[in-house]
Design a protein around this ligand. Structure first.
Ligand SMILES: [Zn+2]
Length: 224
């Protein structure tokens, strides 16, 4: 097995899963799926007349350098806590209020992995806010924990009083929600665009040491 991000073949076990962690770039299986999705659905957006303008939230150390290299000057990172991402030149932006600095249709792509569950409020409002800053034909490419197909989304973790309550209800102290089948349906119905299948087959998952059907990605394209 070779890491599709950095080319290393040196892997270690992580949280009980063998060969999960790339010792070179630090990627986990879900990051390697992310990079495969970007190769198919992000890097192909580039047109000759302009370089892409891409916003990457919570920029993972294993993905950020590779994205920065491929996308170049139009690549922007942002997070509410940029000190957590010292490897990146990360803008300090609180979502949604600080996103007003971006005009409508500013970005070719917005990338966020395991970000939505940390934002207080309703995920639908957040997806619509992200969609606003996409150009026509632009794409939001993202992932969330789960989603769990046999349950409905639960939100409101920001109203729980303690980390222990959030850990019990949402499986992590700083998670405010858990996504269910209605999340996928909401995205399908979201006005102004459509869902693009991620096209990642289980054979590729196997090559990247991802369990079958795990680490699904969501790609939403804004209508032209
Ligand atoms: Zn690697």
């Amino acid at each position: 097995m070779t890491c599709n991000i950095c080319g290393s073949d040196d892997f270690a076990a992580f949280r009980g899963r063998p060969k999960e962690l790339c010792r070179d770039c630090g990627s986990l299986a879900r990051h390697r799926i992310a990079f495969a999705v970007y190769e198919h659905h992000l890097f192909t957006l580039e047109e000759e007349e302009h370089s892409l303008r891409v916003l990457h939230l919570a920029p993972e150390p294993c993905l950020q350098p590779a994205l920065d290299e491929v996308i170049g000057p139009g690549y922007i990172c942002a997070d509410a806590s940029p000190e957590r991402y010292p490897h990146a030149e990360c803008l300090k932006l609180f979502f949604p209020k600080d996103f007003k600095i971006f005009p409508n249709g500013y970005f070719d792509a917005v990338l966020h992995n395991h970000v939505l569950e940390h934002i207080p409020g309703h995920f639908g409002d957040h997806l619509i806010d992200f969609a606003r800053v996409l150009k026509p034909g632009g794409r939001m490419i993202f992932s969330v924990p789960g989603p769990y197909k046999k349950r409905l989304t639960e939100e409101g973790g920001e109203h729980l009083k303690t980390d222990a309550e959030r850990l019990e209800k949402f499986l992590q102290e700083d998670h405010y929600k858990m996504f269910g089948a209605d999340f996928v349906e909401f995205l399908r119905q979201m006005p102004g665009g459509f869902v693009v299948p991620d096209g990642i087959k289980n054979e590729l998952r196997a090559q990247l040491n991802v369990r079958p059907n795990k680490a699904p990605f969501f790609i939403w394209e804004k209508h032209q």
